[in-house]
Design a protein around this ligand. Structure first.
Ligand code: ME8
Length: 667
């Protein structure tokens, strides 16, 4: 039977610099859609690539004393290395410098010119050099700033070719109206209508004569084709459009979805469909404009020194943890704030505690109580029914969320099942059943846990392929699983009864967050230095610059809502400070001895800038007592004292208002 086709794309990234976690986000999302659709039985084609022309690249190459092609070759090699490292399953990597692409762009330009869709004129307007865009006065922000990047524009005049974009205004409005799913999320559609279409559209200048690095207009060599026409056409040429072999184009066009960041929705939902209409090429079905990953609420940029590269995270914690975090933590349509602390917390809670724990305890119990063989279940009881019903219903919920590209809720749905399965262990107490010799019931429990894990392993496959395979391996499953198999429970074709389990290493070891923050910061900094070259390295040698991990621990922003049960996991107590000394090796730290009832404990705290030991002895403070012990510069710390931080970063310790003895609980 012929498989249904699915074509998806990421933006064709600018190789003006190495890619960071933001670019990775779009690509990881696209990769998971590809894997999901493939698992569902679609024939999928996934395009990514690099947008290599334009003034920005030309200037950058000059700075580096290289030709533009030499410069982009280096960056493109790094991009490809990154996608390989992340096991991104793309089908085409289109470079806008590929010969067949350049030729197709020229053909497109000629075709539009011959059809009268492009004409020559003189252009005068406000030009933003970094964005390579002309703007009308009404589109500019205050002080004539560029509406896209906020930087200053200047008046420029040039002879140029124009595309008759204005005549497509009504057609575009009609397109949006008749295809409500064309621009997603909905809010971006309103933005396009209100900001760009409502007051009419102007014709678009589609050639440049102020620089050289681009596709030459074939009948007028002084001009190069506007970089956006060049870049957008990559979605067609990646499928062989305009080449001798257009087979893939015929099979896969129109695109089912273009994934793009919110700042380039305009190019994809106004210029791109108008251009395709002019060329009589069918329109893509959907453009999804996702939000930005910010670093502490700020856009990442090299000049601000807040760029997060993915490579160190992947090297230290693996592909699956990184992909899971990107897709689970951020709501795809909205902006989100990245922090390493959030990443490590999710790794510990969702991956080590929830999923890793479920796998290791299940396989261990099958080994211990049934000689490593998955038993067959007996009569179903209430808890079993509850687990089974939830397990077989999860796949269709995930499908609904994936249809809306809502990765985070899809994963949350799967994790509800993971947590439900862990709860099932607490409800059924297999070790008690073993002690009582209740083999019949124990067999059911072991089977149900293994079966639930089989289903989970299929559900996570689009997002975490390696973890999925490892779970299947540990459950002794050798046949290939299909998506539909996640809707079946104890059916003959997917039976795991009698399988021999293979216990493996812990899939996600629990991490010491404070320690890992230091490792991660160092690894990111090392890469930044390597990429910045020798000059930066010298600076680093003068004064090693590390972020204080504690500062990042306390700088949590936009945390998810938690339930009262989550809050109850944190044990807070009042403690009396009965001893306090300077840390022997660190300038910022104090070592406190705290009295909690009859017991004492040692806590290291970064408050030395604000308190000296004599200020503190005899004071009552609030302490988190069930934090995993850590060593801070060689001194053990068992807990954390709480402090408030003002807008200048000054800390003030929290203390109870009334007389409360050390050791009193806080709730
Ligand atoms: O715009 N958060 O290329 P580009 C989330 N060449 N996503 C981010 C991000 C962040 N902080 N930073 C970048 C171009 N992205 C053009 C595209 S397409 C025909 C031409 C992602 O290298 C996001 O998908 O500037 C954004 O749209 C894209 O990278 C911009 O990549």
């Amino acid at each position: 039977m012929l498989k249904p086709k699915f074509y998806l794309t990421t933006p064709i990234y600018y190789p003006s610099d190495n890619l960071h976690i933001g670019h990775t986000y779009t690509t990881v999302a696209a990769d998971s859609i590809k894997r999901f659709k493939k698992l569902q039985g679609f024939d999928v084609f996934f395009t990514t690539g690099s947008d290599e022309h334009g003034q920005k690249i030309e200037t950058k190459a000059k700075e580096m004393n290289q030709t533009p092609k030499e410069y982009v070759d280096g960056i493109v090699a790094n991009i490809k290395k990154l996608w390989k490292m992340l096991e991104i399953d793309y089908d085409a990597f289109i470079r806008s410098t590929d010969e067949h692409h350049e030729k197709a762009v020229q053909d497109i330009f000629v075709k539009l010119y011959e059809k009268g869709e492009i004409y020559k004129d003189v252009y005068k307007g406000y030009y933003c050099t970094p964005c390579e865009s002309f703007w009308t006065e009404s589109q500019l922000k205050e002080d004539h700033a560029c509406p896209d990047c906020g930087r200053e524009t200047h008046i420029a005049e040039e002879e140029a070719y124009f595309f008759k974009l204005s005549k497509y205004r009504d057609k575009l409005l009609k397109l949006y109206e008749e295809n409500p799913g064309f621009i997603q999320p909905e809010s971006r559609k309103n933005e396009m209508i209100n900001n760009f279409l409502k007051d009419g559209l102007e014709d678009l200048s589609v050639s440049r004569s102020t620089f050289d690095w681009g596709v030459k207009v074939p009948f007028d060599n002084k001009h190069v084709v506007y970089v956006w026409i060049d870049a957008l056409s990559c979605y067609l040429t990646a499928l062989g459009y305009g080449s001798e072999n257009e087979e893939k184009f015929k099979e896969f066009w129109p695109a089912d979805v273009h994934l793009v960041g919110k700042e380039i929705v305009r190019f994809h939902t106004i210029i791109w469909p108008a251009l395709l209409m002019a060329l009589d090429i069918p329109l893509p079905k959907k453009v999804f404009g996702h939000g930005w990953i910010l670093f502490e609420d700020d856009k990442m940029s090299k000049s601000k020194g807040n760029v997060i590269y993915p490579e160190p995270i992947i090297e230290l914690y693996g592909i699956d943890a990184f992909k899971y975090f990107l897709l689970r933590e951020f709501t795809f349509g909205a902006d989100g704030s990245f922090s390493r602390e959030k990443f490590l917390q999710r790794l510990n809670s969702d991956l080590a505690n929830d999923l890793g724990n479920l796998l290791s305890r299940t396989v261990s119990m099958v080994e211990k109580y049934n000689e490593g063989i998955i038993p067959s279940p007996n009569a179903e009881e209430e808890f079993d029914k509850n687990l089974r019903e939830m397990a077989v219903a999860t796949a269709s919920k995930v499908e609904d969320h994936m249809e809306k590209l809502s990765f985070s809720t899809a994963l949350e749905e799967i994790w509800k099942l993971v947590r439900r399965s862990n709860k099932y262990v607490d409800e059924t107490l297999p070790w008690v059943l073993a002690k009582e010799g209740n083999k019949e019931r124990l067999d059911s429990v072991l089977f149900n846990l293994s079966e639930s894990l089989r289903i989970i392993s299929i559900l996570i496959k689009p997002f975490m392929e390696n973890t999925s395979s490892e779970i299947l391996r540990q459950l002794g499953i050798t046949h290939e699983s299909l998506w539909e198999d996640s809707k079946k429970w104890n059916e003959a074709q997917v039976s795991i009864v009698g399988n021999k389990v293979n216990k493996g290493d812990v899939i996600f070891p629990r991490l010491d967050i404070a320690k890992e923050l230091i490792r991660l910061n160092e690894a990111n900094q090392k890469l930044i230095d390597e990429r910045a070259g020798a000059q930066k390295k010298e600076e680093k040698e003068e004064e090693p610059k590390k972020e204080d991990p504690k500062e990042e621990i306390e700088d949590l922003e936009e945390l998810p809502e938690i339930s009262i049960d989550d809050f109850a996991k944190v044990e807070l107590k009042v403690a009396e400070i009965i001893g306090c000394e300077n840390h022997p090796k660190a300038d910022k730290l104090l070592v406190l001895t705290l009295k909690l009832g009859e017991k004492t404990r040692q806590v290291v705290s970064g408050i030395k800038k604000w308190y000296s030991p004599e200020d503190l002895i005899g004071k009552k403070v609030v302490v988190v007592t069930n934090l995993k012990p850590v060593k801070l510069r060689g001194v053990e710390s068992r807990g954390m004292v709480l402090a408030a931080q003002d807008s200048s970063g000054n800390l003030s310790l929290l203390t109870p208002l009334g007389h409360v003895a050390g050791g009193a609980s806080i709730s």
